[in-house]
Design a protein around this ligand. Structure first.
Ligand code: PLP
Length: 479
C-alpha cells in the first residue's frame, strides 16, 4: 500500500471530523474538490491556494477576538494573534517593498473601504479637528459634528469607468463608494481600447478629485502608475491603486518600475486570493503618513480580525516571496499572451487587441470579422455547456449593458497553477473558438441560444482530456 501524503492524511482526518457532525457539509467540501478538478477554470479572479495556505485556516485561531492592532488590542490574550498578524504584515512589506501593511481586511471591498476612510480621516477629519482645536471626534459640538459628517459626504473621486474595466467599489452607485463620493470616471480610447491618460489628466484638472483610483477588474493591459501619480500630484489628489487583480504579478516582479503601483501610490489595496494565490481576503499597503489611519480599519469599517485567515495570508505571502512564485507569475502572463494569440488567430476579437497581464477580454459579438449577434451571457452559458468556466463582462461602450454584456473575461492564474503552459493555451483557444462559432443566439432573447449537443459534448471531452494531464492538488487523495 502506498504511504499517504501528509496533506492527504490531514484533509481526510479533517473531513472525518466534520462528517461526524454534519455529513452533508463534509460531502459538499469533498464534492467541491472534485468539481474544481474537473472544470477548465478560466475565471480571471480565481486561483488554487496551496494546501499549506488552506490548512493554516482551519484552526482555533478562529476562536479569538482581536480588535485593534498588534500590541494594542481591545481584548486580552492576543499574543499568538499578534505573532500571526506581525508575520503576515512583515511578509507583505518585504514582498511589495511597502513601508506599512495592514493585513486585517476580510476582502477586497473591505480593503477599499479601509482605504477610503483612511484618506477621508487624513484629509477631511484631521484638518477639521485641528481647526476646531479638539483631539477627537467625541470632543466636537453637535453642530461641528454635523458639519464634519456633511464634509465627509462632499468629496470627489475619479475612478476607471466600469465598462472600461473598473470595479464597482471605485465610486459606482450600487456600491457604498458611490453613495459616499461624487464620482467621475475615466475611460479608454474608443479606437484602441487603451487607457487614455491625456483624457484622464484633463478630467482630473477639471474635476479636482480628492482621490484618484487606479486599478481594474477587466482591463487586459499594464497601467503606468508613475503617470497616474504625476496627474494626482498636479491636482492635489491622493493616488489609491486597487491591485486586487494583478497583485500576484507585482509580487512576482512581472510588473516593475512604472507599472508597480507600490512606489507610486499613496495607498494600495488588494485581495489576497486572485493572482496572489492566497486565502480569500484583503490587504492595504500605504505610505507612512497614512499608516495610523489605515490601522483604524477595525472597528472603523471592519468587523473583528480573522486571525486564522491572517495566518493563511502569512503562509501565502511567504510562498509569494520564493523564486518559484516569480516563475509562476511570469508563466501566468506568458499563458495569457499565448491564449490571446491563439484566439486572435482563430478570428476572435479581443478588447485592446491582446493582453499584457493575466486576463483577456473577448468581444463575443464578433467572430472572423462578422457579427455573431451573441451577448456575453449567451457566450458564457454556451462555454459552460462545453465544460469551460468563464464569466461575462461588459466591454467599452457595451450596447448590452452590465447584465447581458457583449464580452467574456478569461484569465490564466488558475490553470497556470495547475501547470498548463502555452501549448495547452493554444488548445484552449481552439475549444473556445469552436464553441463561439457553433453558438447561435435566439432571435427573441439576450439569454437564450442554441449550441449543438454534440459540439458541447466533444469540446467538454477535449477539455477533460486536457485537464487529466494536469491533476489539481495531486498530493491530496480523498478516501
Ligand atoms: N477590487 C477589484 C479590482 C476587484 O476585481 C474585486 C473583486 O472582484 C474587488 C475589489 C473585491 O474583492 P472581494 O470580492 O474580495 O471583496
Amino acid at each position: 500500500m502506498n504511504a499517504q501524503s501528509s496533506e492527504s492524511v490531514a484533509v481526510n482526518a479533517a473531513l472525518d471530523v466534520v462528517r461526524a457532525v454534519e455529513p452533508r457539509i463534509a460531502d459538499a467540501i469533498a464534492r467541491e474538490l472534485t468539481a474544481q478538478r474537473e472544470s477548465l477554470k478560466l475565471i480571471a479572479s480565481e486561483n488554487y491556494a496551496s494546501p499549506a495556505t488552506l490548512l493554516a485556516m482551519g484552526n482555533w485561531l478562529s476562536d479569538k477576538y482581536a480588535e485593534g492592532t498588534v500590541g494594542r488590542r481591545f481584548y486580552a490574550g492576543c499574543q499568538q494573534v499578534d505573532t500571526v498578524e506581525s508575520i503576515a504584515a512583515e511578509h507583505a512589506r518585504e514582498l511589495f517593498g511597502a513601508s506599512h501593511a495592514y493585513v486585517q481586511p476580510h476582502s477586497g471591498i473591505d480593503a477599499n473601504l479601509v482605504a477610503f476612510w483612511a484618506v477621508l480621516a487624513q484629509r477631511v477629519e484631521a484638518p477639521f479637528l485641528r481647526e476646531k482645536s479638539v483631539r477627537q471626534v467625541n470632543d466636537l459640538t453637535e453642530s461641528d459634528w454635523a458639519q464634519l459628517r456633511h464634509d465627509f459626504g462632499d468629496q470627489r473621486m475619479l475612478g476607471m469607468a466600469l465598462d472600461a474595466g473598473g470595479h464597482l467599489t471605485h465610486g459606482f452607485r450600487p456600491n457604498i463608494s458611490g453613495k459616499m463620493f461624487h464620482q467621475r470616471s475615466y475611460g479608454t480610447n474608443p479606437t484602441t481600447g487603451l487607457l487614455d491618460y491625456d483624457a484622464l489628466r484633463e478630467t482630473a484638472r477639471e474635476f479636482r478629485p480628492m482621490i484618484i483610483v487606479g486599478g481594474y477588474s477587466a482591463y487586459p493591459r499594464k497601467v503606468n502608475f508613475a503617470t497616474l501619480r504625476e496627474i494626482a500630484d498636479e491636482v492635489g489628489a491622493t493616488l489609491m491603486v486597487d491591485m486586487a487583480h494583478f497583485a500576484g504579478l507585482v509580487a512576482g516582479k512581472v510588473f516593475t518600475g512604472d507599472f508597480d503601483p507600490v512606489p507610486h501610490a499613496h495607498i494600495v489595496t488588494t485581495t489576497t486570493h486572485k493572482t496572489l494565490r492566497g486565502p480569500r481576503g484583503g490587504m492595504v499597503l500605504c505610505q507612512p503618513e497614512l499608516a495610523d489611519q489605515v490601522d483604524r480599519g477595525c472597528p472603523m469599517v471592519l468587523g473583528g480580525p480573522l486571525p486564522h485567515v491572517m495566518a493563511a495570508k502569512a503562509v501565502a505571502l511567504a510562498e509569494a516571496r520564493t523564486a518559484s512564485f516569480r516563475d509562476y507569475a511570469q508563466r501566468v502572463v506568458d499563458n495569457a499572451a499565448a491564449l490571446a494569440e491563439g484566439l486572435q488567430r482563430r478570428g476572435v476579437r479581443l478588447v485592446t487587441g491582446g493582453t499584457e497581464n493575466h486576463l483577456v477580454l473577448i468581444d463575443a459579438s464578433q467572430l472572423g470579422g462578422a457579427a455573431t449577434g451573441l451577448t456575453g451571457r449567451q457566450a458564457e452559458a454556451a462555454l459552460l455547456d462545453a465544460g469551460i468556466v468563464t464569466n461575462r463582462n461588459a466591454i467599452p461602450q457595451d450596447p448590452n449593458g452590465a447584465w447581458y454584456t457583449s464580452g467574456v473575461r478569461i484569465g490564466t492564474p488558475a490553470l497556470t497553477t495547475r501547470g498548463l503552459g502555452v501549448a495547452e493555451m493554444d488548445t484552449i483557444a481552439e475549444l473556445i473558438a469552436t464553441v463561439l462559432s457553433s453558438t447561435r443566439p435566439a432571435a427573441d432573447s439576450k439569454a437564450k441560444y442554441t449550441l449543438d449537443e454534440s459540439v458541447a459534448a466533444k469540446v467538454s471531452g477535449q477539455a477533460s482530456d486536457l485537464l487529466s494531464g494536469f491533476p489539481l492538488y495531486p498530493e491530496i487523495a480523498l478516501h
